[in-house]
Design a protein around this ligand. Structure first.
Ligand code: UD1
Ligand code: UDP
Length: 382
């Protein structure tokens, strides 16, 4: 029996963990034992528990309750808590997802204890170290033993950084293995699509009819915490909602909800609140989110996961960042980088609203079985 400790903490990690927990339950029962540690990075019901309840993630064995703090304090608290769990549990692997502070904390704690780290969603790079996530992913990759990249670009990035594509077992942090295996989020979107269609009533709740809306999310710190950028983005969404005649549905991350109050001028804030076509709603559950993604006509986002899901559901995506790690989406012509340039955001959205029927979405995120592949590698390959 292989024992793994899985670290979750932020919303997208709970979602990604659902794919691996499901693969263990369905294909490797009795062969992999998973102990789940929730760092508490996200703690609102709508940012955490809703996903555990809805997606079949086992109840975390530990919740460190770290909560929100500065990067240093938050990460340090997590490292201390994870170290204590690892001392007790002595797992064969520590499994981390993505690029949050919870990911970094897990990688630091385990690698210093010589517990091999398996990094799921390895190799992604924005080449922009002003992003905290870029620092987290580089550091995590470079102490990991098993690196699972969702895309070819991720694999190539790691090879460029000196990882050998031909390493042979036994794998260690000094002789790591790099696998291009596809994206566990793609596994999830295939699995939950039908369930969402059956169970989600979000379309009725928000009084949406098919395709008559744009789905938007904003939460990156360089957007929320910068008044100029946040103003440009909200003004653009406000204009889009008035100009296109389509509704813009914006499930608000708590960070954005807070920062709007301080970083938008009162006049814009009131316009945004009064615009009947700009619908600000609390964060939605995953089943509701993928239902919205399957029905909308366009996605506007600075989220990594939502960019990908737009692609899985064959929707064009306007990206509110200066660059993206998900290069394949832009290369396929299905994503446009608008950054926080208000005119470009509106122009790119209008472009896609007028021409999205001409797009095609080549399969670049795997075959929907990335989670099973990852579990097999955790068991020693073969
Ligand atoms: C974090 C990740 C980011 C990821 C995002 C997913 C880091 C550095 N950032 O960003 O990579 O894309 O999660 O959503 O790890 N808050 C609440 N309730 C909560 C959680 C957060 O109110 O349940 C508020 C707090 O004011 C907090 C702020 O949101 O200070 C930011 O939360 P934090 O977890 O630090 O970063 P995110 O912006 O969520
Ligand atoms: N998501 C959700 N409800 C929301 C917004 C996002 O379920 O209101 C899901 C989304 O479908 C995706 C994940 O959260 O699976 C993306 O997380 P987020 O945007 O917070 O972080 P990122 O992917 O940028 O790290």
């Amino acid at each position: 029996m292989r024992k793994i400790v899985t670290i979750i903490g932020a919303r997208p990690q709970i979602i990604k963990a659902a794919a691996i927990s499901r693969a263990i339950r369905n294909h490797f029962p009795g062969r992999i034992r998973e102990v789940i540690v929730h760092t508490g990075q996200h703690y609102d019901q709508s940012m955490s528990q809703v996903f555990i309840d809805e997606l079949g993630v086992p109840r975390p064995d530990y919740n460190l309750g770290i909560g929100s703090a500065s990067h240093g304090r938050q990460t340090a608290g997590m490292i201390t808590g994870i170290e204590a769990v690892l001392e007790k549990e002595k797992p064969d692997y520590l499994v981390v997802y993505g690029d949050t502070n919870s990911t970094l904390a897990g990688a630091v704690a385990a690698s210093k204890m010589r517990i091999p780290v398996a990094h799921i969603e390895a190799g992604l790079r924005s080449f922009n170290k002003s992003m905290p996530e870029e620092i987290n992913r580089i550091l995590c990759d470079h102490v990991s033993t098993l690196l699972f990249t969702p895309t070819r670009t991720g694999f190539d990035n790691l090879v460029r950084e000196g990882f050998s594509p031909d390493s042979k077992p036994p794998y260690t942090a000094d002789n790591p293995a790099v696998f291009h295996c596809g994206d566990v989020m793609f596994d999830n979107s295939l699995f939950f699509k039908t369930i969402a269609a059956e169970k989600s009533s979000v379309m009725e709740k928000l009084e949406l009819k098919g395709k008559d809306f744009v789905l938007a999310t904003i939460h990156r710190d360089n957007n929320t915490d910068n008044p100029e950028r946040l103003t440009a983005i909200f003004s653009a969404l406000n204009r889009l909602a008035s100009g296109s005649g389509l509704r813009v549905v914006l499930p608000l991350h708590p960070r954005t909800r807070k920062m709007m109050e301080t970083n938008l001028e009162q006049k814009l804030l009131e316009e945004v609140r009064k615009n009947p076509l700009l619908q600000l709603v609390p964060p939605v559950s995953f089943l509701d989110m993928i239902q919205l993604e399957s029905y909308c006509s366009l996605v506007v986002t600075d989220s990594g996961g939502v960019q990908k899901e737009a692609y899985f559901f064959e929707k064009p995506c306007v990206i509110l960042r200066p660059e993206t790690e998900w290069k394949e989406i832009v290369d396929a012509g299905c994503g446009l980088i608008a950054d926080a340039d208000g005119d470009k955001i509106v122009a790119d959205c209008m472009h896609y609203l007028e021409s999205s029927d001409r797009l095609s979405f080549p399969p670049v995120f795997g075959d929907g079985k990335a989670s099973e592949f990852i579990c097999r590698q955790l068991l020693g390959g073969g």
